[in-house]
Design a protein around this ligand. Sequence first.
Ligand code: GTP
Length: 599
Amino acid sequence: VPPERIRNISIIAHIDHGKSTLADRLLEVTGTVSSRDMKDQFMDSNDIERDRGITIKLNAARMNYINPVDGLNYVIHLIDTPGHVDFTFEVSRSLEACEGALLVVDASQGVEAQTLANVYLALDANLEMIPVLNKIDLPGAEPDRVVREIEEVVGLDCTNAVMASAKAGIGIDEILQGVINYIPPPRANSHLPLRALIFDSYYDPYRGVVVYFRVVDGEIHKGDKIKFMVTKKEFYAEEIGVMTTEQQPVHVLRSGEIGYIIAGIKTVDDARVGDTITTSAKGADEALPGYQEAKPMLFAGLFPVESDQYNHLKDSLEKLKLNDAALQFEVENSAAMGFGFRCGFLGLLHMDVVQERLEREYDLDIITTAPSVVYSVMPTKGEEFFLDNPADLPEATKREFISEPYCKLEIITPEEYVGTLMELAQGRRGEYVDMKYLVQGRTTLVYDLPLAELVNDFFDHLKSRTKGYASMEYSFIGYRKNDLVRLDVAINGEPVDALSSIVHQEKSYAVGKALVKKLKEIVPRAQFKIPIQAKIGAKVVASQQISALKKDVTAKCYGGDISRKKKLIQKQAAGKKRMKAVGKVNVPQEAFKAMLSIN
Ligand code: GTP
């Protein structure tokens, strides 16, 4: 079809407002996927995503739409964006590949933190937005109130808003008409040298890396020799095509179109989101603007429970890396834990997903340490350096200062929770920035907060203090100096480096106390007494002792019931799986996450 009959759109929404359901419905109505073939949620194709109901990887679908008004065939590319803050950069790249967006807002809820964050990204990308008031089938829906909210808070004209229910199939034709009428077609620059924006890529074990792109300028032909402008890697375009239900090869893709390429690429690291594809001969001189390297914000140690699984863990991480350019890892040798890997993640969700894949898909038993942010340390001698493992912090006399990353945190909440949320933010060393009344009864709160405090279960506390009604977004704003110290833990006299953390001086005693108390509950008793200490430098700031077991546990069973005795032993053996022997003591996985539950 000619460029004026192409529309490139994405759907932006707060989590759970119905993005995936609407995407499915659009695919169904345009006949792209028949309802019989529709697995629940075509767009969220990954298992872990489906289980968690979140969208992690981007995806794209090409729909053919016969417009009943003019009888002509239009092509609508629907680009799915990840709904989570860990992937902001990927969201912004996928929006750059579009001219417009459907802004989905749950009509029974209203504007939430991610609605706003995504709208800002869409405005940055100059997108035309169509507000979609979803879930109008719900008895609690108040579309009129939410329309006013969008106009007041987001500042978006709602004349073209569509009242819809993705679930009940209401308003879907109006949405498609809106897309045709209000979202501009791509500007076609087919005469220019090729420039195509990569907005997603994934590793397929049979075909190598599949790269999704938007042709911004020029044309790409099957067989072209192409070059990725950031990584400077060159490949032959073995196959190019479009995404209907399956990948459908074509010979050429022109300016404005969205497609995929397969070119014998071995790892997604060679075809990064945000990079520009051009041709090797007579290519473009300048890459498309805005490329950013995905930088890990969080680091954690991953250790195999059994040291003979080390190589398996290494292979598994390498395989995950083929499909995850943001994942970083290097060998870590911990005095207490043995060999493992220090891994870098974009954020908490990214970390959880990697851990879950290692356990589920690669059948590994691993111990993961509490995540650490990246600190900046000025030593007394030498240059400032970054540090992602608290165990590597030079001792107090050998450092001038430590700085830690801060983020700007924006919370949207019903106003009755403002008090408790301010208390939460202040308890987490937050610095108050702003408070605004949004609309009837809802408030936005803005704080500058150390990232380390945010990754410490902040989100769960926010949800539980507000019965789930508050939402939040955060963005990195830079480093600030603080009075930070390292809190170490010794169990049975053995320092456990994997339990060390960096905390604020003022909180260090209280945290030390709470931590040893918690560890006392978690570490199982043994035949001997187990002292647990929290220390700063040589100074013990808190201690507890686990008393010795008096008798063999099996002795509790009444005489001679062998099967019961066996069962108990089996149960203990299974329980042991996720423990790491540190000296003479078995330390369970929960112990390494104990820090997260303190505050
Ligand atoms: P993420 O992928 O996590 O960002 O969520 P999402 O925005 O894609 O939301 P999703 O489509 O998964 O929908 C969230 C929940 O709302 C699901 O339980 C849907 O069945 C439900 N839902 C979606 N649209 C509607 C609707 O129009 N009406 C009603 N009643 N429920 C809906």
